[in-house]
Design a protein around this ligand. Structure first.
Ligand code: SAM
Ligand code: DTB
Ligand code: SF4
Length: 313
């Protein structure tokens, strides 16, 4: 078990040593040039009652994101089919909810999950807080993974979100785990946190037993109208350090280079992959913000000899 000081010492290593260690750990567990392509769809956009300071979908911030009702199952399955044809092996459905409520809307999400599974894709959902019973129903529908981020350290959390607590997040994560769904849990850098906050987040993630199967590392997308819009951008080297440290602490997890790729040069993205990231979200849009063009991503991977991870048989 590591301490915060030990994580910090890793994080602060000379960059080339850190990358070398991360790449060594990566090769011991993955040993390939494969990147998993995940597709993201906002199945229910905007109008969220929570106050997450980074989020363009919180109803209280004027960000220009229009609230839309829950999509129809057929539209979602059609999008998943297109994503599969483009090379995705994982399809993630996001809803701007504080929590899941039992009823027709949740039933429809369960239908979406069944539809996505029929296509042979990994199905992931991110719907806010869940009860143990709701987690079990998702599992029965075939949901493989649930995304629920801790976002930052416990100490910093209250500066970013006040409408729920760190322990609420941990409780939902426990329900997910107990239902037998794999955990996707990570965070965001660039929200004004200290380096110790970043390391404390990584420590919290790495201490989970078992560790999250999937760890998305996001760089804040600074959206006009949100309280964090005017913060200075993250230095790309900080993103590389965060990913490398995550890789070393969680050797078997899929580490996902998530939001913020549009703000990273191609070389910086490759450094993130060298530091142990082995997955990206692809397609023109994340949930509501931009992402690099498909053709541009494919050209970059091809030039680097990186192949999309094939579907599991
Ligand atoms: N409402 C659900 C929840 O909060 O868990 C699911 C959707 S929420 C948009 C999923 C994750 O997206 C958040 O936990 C956060 O980590 C990430 N996210 C949201 N806005 C972001 C932004 N502007 N930049 C980077 N990541 C962001
Ligand atoms: C995660 O950690 N990043 C993705 C996924 N999980 C759901 C979402 C990023 C959202 C970026 C802001 C937006 O597009 O609205
Ligand atoms: Fe709502 Fe999720 Fe955005 Fe927070 S991050 S405002 S809970 S959609």
């Amino acid at each position: 078990m590591k301490t915060l000081a030990e994580v910090r010492a890793l994080h602060d290593l000379p960059l080339l040593d850190l990358i070398h260690r991360a790449q060594t750990v990566h090769r011991a567990h993955f040993g390939d040039n494969k990147v998993q392509l995940c597709s993201l769809l906002s199945v229910k956009t905007g109008g969220c009652p929570e106050d997450c300071a980074y989020c363009p979908q919180a109803a209280r911030y004027q960000t220009g994101v229009e609230a839309e009702p829950l999509m129809q199952t057929e539209e979602v399955v059609a999008a998943a089919r297109k994503a599969r044809e483009a090379g995705a092996t994982r399809f993630c459905m996001g809803a701007a909810w504080r929590e899941v409520k039992d009823g027709p809307q949740f039933d429809r999400v369960l239908e979406m999950v069944r539809g996505v599974k029929q296509l042979g894709l990994e199905a992931c959902c991110t719907l806010g807080m869940l009860t143990p019973g709701q987690a079990r129903r998702l599992k029965e529908a075939g949901c493989d993974a649930y995304n629920h981020n801790l976002d930052t350290s416990r100490d910093k959390y209250g500066d970013i979100v006040t409408t729920r607590e760190y322990d609420d997040r941990l409780r939902t994560l426990r329900s997910v785990r107990e239902a037998g769904i794999t955990v996707c849990c990570g965070g965001i850098i660039g929200m004004g946190e200290s380096v110790d906050d970043r390391c404390a987040l990584l420590l919290e993630l790495a201490r989970q037993d078992p560790q999250p199967e999937s760890v998305p590392i996001n760089m804040l997308v600074r959206v006009k109208g949100t309280p964090l819009a005017e913060l200075p951008p993250v230095n790309t080297i900080d993103m590389v350090r965060m990913i490398a440290t995550a890789r070393i602490l969680m050797p078997r997890s899929m580490v996902r280079l998530s939001a913020g790729r549009e703000q990273l040069s191609e070389e910086a993205q490759l450094l993130c992959l060298l530091a142990g990231a082995n997955s990206v979200f692809f397609g023109e849009k994340l949930l509501t913000t931009g992402n690099p063009a498909y053709e541009q991503d494919m050209a970059l991977f091809e030039a680097a000899g990186i192949a999309p991870l094939e579907p599991r048989p």
